[in-house]
Design a protein around this ligand. Structure first.
Ligand SMILES: Cc1cc2nc3c(=O)[nH]c(=O)nc-3n(C[C@H](O)[C@H](O)[C@H](O)COP(=O)(O)OP(=O)(O)OC[C@H]3O[C@@H](n4cnc5c(N)ncnc54)[C@H](O)[C@@H]3O)c2cc1C
Length: 303
């Protein structure tokens, strides 16, 4: 385990909560909706709103999650700037793929009545098959349903072939989960080179690519390739996480006519936000150091 991971895992929840503040819209539906509306009104930035939570293993918690998504959909209503994102392990994956598909399809059906597209996030490799199976089934009923592919996994070229002809909305990213070496790349530059290639394949096969990265050079090169392919700007968008300090670059893209969407997560109960927050802290280069400093200050460790 790297030192950064060790430090972030050790950090008390109260400290994680403070440092994760910029990455989370708040602790209510109202806060999330307000954040998304504000991004749009002030900068024409779109959002995908997500209820934080994963690895849920009781029917009660799944019912609670469905209820929150239903209230979120009502609160967002018909608008032009927000989609929603959700995860299989929030929504019944502990029981079976079929059960999870039914639960997700229920939410997608509700969102569809307000013309709100839904994206199925991709979790670690143990859920890739399930996620793609659910995606294909629900997409056949609700065409705007989208999902995510992770360039780091060796299987992703095959997965792209498996969605040929679907003209799908695909978020392409390197993938946040550290995966076993026998199924995944280990070096970020290699993952990013692959992501570029796969973005191009997605375009050539008629898909809508959602380029999810904070790497400005990677985004610029993706846009160059889109231009070389004579693609219109309505064939892709750029996605980033709220809280990652990239506003100036996002505004530049928007001024060039490129759609930018931020991932806007919220949690009514903080326990559901902890894993997400820790992943964000791990990907922030300065954060582990801040946490160590603050832990020592808090515990009197300066002595
Ligand atoms: C909208 C969106 C949705 C995503 N959905 C999924 C998903 O469903 N499944 C999945 O596995 N992964 C998902 N990811 C995560 C993605 O796969 C990457 O792991 C993550 O974006 C980090 O990689 P990067 O391409 O931004 O490159 P990096 O090299 O990690 O980052 C590029 C630059 O941004 C900076 N940066 C990155 N993160 C932070 C931060 N937290 N704070 C400050 N600076 C930072 C880096 O320091 C670096 O300078 C999603 C990412 C986004 C943006």
């Amino acid at each position: 385990m790297g030192i950064k991971r060790f430090v972030v895992n050790l950090a008390p929840t109260s400290l994680v909560k403070i440092f994760a503040g910029p990455y989370v819209a708040g602790d209510s539906i109202e806060a999330a909706v307000e954040t998304a509306k504000n991004f749009w009104d002030t900068r024409k930035v779109c959002s995908t709103v997500d209820l934080l939570g994963e690895e849920i293993e009781t029917d009660e918690e799944v019912d609670y999650t469905v209820g929150v998504y239903e209230r979120l959909i009502e609160a967002l209503g018909k608008q032009e700037y927000a989609t929603i994102s959700l995860k299989p392990t929030q929504l019944g994956s502990h029981k079976s793929t079929d059960h999870c598909r039914q639960v997700i399809e229920g939410i997608v059906a509700r969102a569809d009545t307000f013309d709100i597209p839904v994206t199925l996030d991709m979790e670690d490799h143990t859920f890739t098959d399930m996620t793609l199976e659910i995606f294909k089934a629900v997409k056949s009923v609700y065409p705007s349903f989208g999902t995510v592919l992770q360039s780091r996994l060796f299987r992703t070229d095959d997965d792209i072939r498996s969605i040929a002809g679907l003209e799908a909305r695909i978020r392409i990213c390197i993938g946040i989960y550290v995966e076993p070496k026998d199924i995944s790349m280990t070096k970020k530059p290699v993952m990013k080179k692959k992501m570029l290639e796969q973005t191009e394949v997605l375009w050539k096969e008629g898909h809508y690519a959602e380029i999810a990265t904070h790497d400005e050079a990677l985004i610029e090169e993706s846009i160059n390739r889109a231009e070389r392919l004579n693609l219109k700007k309505d064939r892709y968008e750029v996605q980033m996480l709220m809280g990652v300090p990239k506003a100036a670059f996002q505004d530049k893209l928007i001024a060039e006519g490129i759609k930018v969407r931020l991932y806007v997560p919220f949690a009514e109960k903080w326990k559901y936000a902890t894993n997400y927050a820790k992943r964000r802290l791990l990907s922030n280069p300065a954060m582990a150091l801040y946490i160590v400093k603050n832990m020592f200050q808090k515990t009197g460790g300066k002595k």
